[in-house]
Design a protein around this ligand. Structure first.
Ligand SMILES: NC(=O)c1ccc[n+]([C@@H]2O[C@H](COP(=O)([O-])OP(=O)(O)OC[C@H]3O[C@@H](n4cnc5c(N)ncnc54)[C@H](O)[C@@H]3O)[C@@H](O)[C@H]2O)c1
Length: 316
């Protein structure tokens, strides 16, 4: 069994690589960036862009399944560069599906987002909730990817599974997101600023739990289905700041004016994934935060020590 992971060098993809390898599944990464988070040499890695159809086609040969995670994943980047983001997030998906079809791949698993529910009429949502046209371009690109998957299943019989991820956090997270920003500030002695009263909630999902959901979605029952993979606990932004304070000691928390239109969060049900895939989040928010902070500190320490050795390395 061999799985190709586009975006396998990234935050979520790199954890899926680990989970698959733990099960003895062979993995091939296709990514524009080198896999930076592991030292082992024996990772099969194809460097390239998902816009390069031929490169993707070669990478798709000889694999049983493709997990498609390569994307412009940061909503701010999509806002700043919509033309580029559309190319990667929309054309990129059809390139992945078409190469999978031509290479005879059995299943494509597509990493989508619970943001598709942002405009839903109700607060409690599941996979059957009717969706409305999205406001954010990021969501529009991700939804288009979902539609392409469904069209490929219907027209060509290519098995697809759509996974709508909640907001992931944990080791290897990109630095710009809210949790990494809070942790960086807390560790450097700056105060943490929360917008409004901090009562807006999210159901953060620990990244290893999310990666496990991706692996379980390879099961045959998941053929041509959609699953939400979201966290269990409703965590307010204020609780995020307080959890960091609990773990790191006395840090300063300040309140600023509420941001207009701040998404207050939907209550996304992941019951279907529990029932059909046997998936549910296992790591509590506090434990996940402890693991993230440990990883963050270790990374910063290593960077510092590496840089301190610069004269010894360069001197001749
Ligand atoms: N992080 C989140 O908050 C979140 C939430 C919901 C869904 N998602 C989705 O999950 C997927 C993975 O997100 P992530 O957080 O791991 O992002 P990430 O930015 O950490 O990883 C994305 C990877 O895609 C690669 N990539 C980007 N453009 C590429 C290209 N043209 N060709 C080949 N590789 C390219 C990057 O090098 C990177 O390794 C994305 O599809 C994203 O939309 C992310």
């Amino acid at each position: 069994m061999k799985v190709l992971i586009t975006g396998g060098s990234g935050f979520i993809g790199s954890h899926i690589v680990d989970k698959l390898r733990e099960r003895g599944v062979r993995v091939r990464i296709f990514d524009a960036m080198m896999p930076a988070f592991r030292q082992e040499e024996n990772i099969e890695y194809y460097q390239g862009s998902i816009l390069d159809f031929n490169a993707l086609l070669f990478a798709s040969c000889g694999v049983d399944a493709v997990m498609h995670l390569a994307a412009v994943a940061d909503v701010k980047d999509v806002y700043d560069e919509p033309h580029y983001a559309e190319a990667i997030n929309v054309r990129g998906v059809i390139n992945v599906l078409e190469s999978a079809r031509r290479a005879g791949v059995k299943r494509v698993i597509y990493g989508s987002t619970t943001w598709v529910y942002s405009e839903a009429d109700c607060d409690n949502v599941d996979e059957t909730t009717p969706l409305h046209a999205p406001t954010h371009l990021y969501t529009a690109t991700k939804l288009t990817g979902e539609y392409y998957c469904q069209s490929y299943s219907k027209l060509y019989g290519l098995e697809t599974t759509i996974l709508r991820y909640g907001i992931p956090y944990g080791p290897r997270a990109r630095d710009g997101a809210v949790i990494p920003t809070f942790v960086r500030k807390a560790l450097s002695g700056e105060s943490i600023t929360i917008a409004g009263d901090g009562s807006q909630f999210r159901k953060f999902i620990y990244v290893e739990d999310l990666a496990e959901g991706n692996v379980l979605a390879l099961q045959s029952i998941a053929k041509n289905k959609i699953y939400n993979l979201d966290g269990k606990e409703r965590i307010t932004i204020k609780q995020v700041a307080e959890t960091i304070r609990d773990l790191l000691g006395n840090i300063k928390i300040e309140c600023a004016a509420a941001r207009p239109g701040d998404f207050s969060g939907k209550n996304v049900s992941s019951e279907l994934a529990k029932k059909e895939l046997g998936w549910e989040p296992r790591i509590t928010f506090k434990e996940g935060m402890r693991r993230y902070i440990d990883w963050y500190k270790e990374r910063e320490q290593k960077r510092k020590l590496d840089w301190e050795k610069i004269d010894d390395v360069i001197k001749h």
